[in-house]
Design a protein around this ligand. Structure first.
Ligand SMILES: [Zn+2]
Length: 227
């Protein structure tokens, strides 16, 4: 639905990046769903399917709508910067939960379970970089290439992804599972109700992703002024 509204508002130029994101995300998500053994990862992937379209596609949809009303050309780059964060985060999360490499808390570099918000790993980080690059490349398939904007869109995506990890580690609500004793980010785990551990209660994974996707626009504007 969001893809359709983006098509009507922005045409094929706006549709290509969002379709590439949806297509690549569903490809790696499906691959992961079959192999994910950890319950936390599985739950996270399930949640991702639903919120992603609303929280992340929503920002793009709103930008497309404003574009259709104003024809302000920079909205397209804001849209790419936001999508760059979303795609970077999705790729790094999906690949990061599917790796045997160690995962570390982005804030204190202690080892954490893979798939944990705020956890970073080498394969996840590289996948995040690729996720940003593919969105930036897809954004210039139909318009004249602009090296400055191409680089800024990638930088915005990476920084937004880093911000997502920091917020995930620092402010996102976490719970204790009474059954498996793990710290989780869902209200139900192992078929039981979990208990509040730390973080801001109303900042869940969806909220962190929404904040990060908006931050991509702000990073773009900042770099655009700086360079
Ligand atoms: Zn549990």
């Amino acid at each position: 639905m969001i893809a359709v509204s983006i098509f009507y508002s922005g045409g094929i130029q706006w549709s290509i990046p969002i379709l590439i994101f949806f297509f690549s995300a569903s490809l790696i998500t499906k691959k992961n769903r079959n192999t994910a053994s950890d319950k936390n990862s599985k739950q996270k992937i399930f949640m991702r399917d639903h919120y992603q379209v609303i929280a992340n596609g929503g920002v793009g949809g709103i930008l497309a709508l404003i574009y259709s009303l104003t024809n302000y050309e920079f909205l397209y780059y804001y849209f790419l910067a936001s999508l760059s964060v979303v795609c970077s985060d999705t790729w790094s999360t999906e690949i990061g939960t599917d790796t045997n490499w160690n995962t570390y808390n982005i804030l204190n570099f202690r080892r954490v379970e893979k798939g944990f918000s705020g956890g970073i790993s080498l394969p996840g980080s590289l996948a995040g970089l690729l996720g940003s690059v593919i969105i930036s490349v897809s954004g210039f398939l139909l318009i004249e290439f602009n090296l400055k904007f191409f680089v800024i869109i990638i930088m915005s995506g990476i920084l937004g992804n880093v911000l997502d990890s920091i917020f995930g580690a620092a402010v996102q609500v976490k719970y204790n599972c009474p059954e498996c004793r793990k710290i989780v980010e869902v209200k139900n785990h192992c078929d039981v109700q979990t208990v509040y551990n730390n973080g801001i209660r109303f900042i869940d994974n969806n909220a962190v992703n929404l904040i990060a996707s908006i931050s991509g626009i702000l990073f773009f504007i900042l770099f655009q002024k700086l360079f």
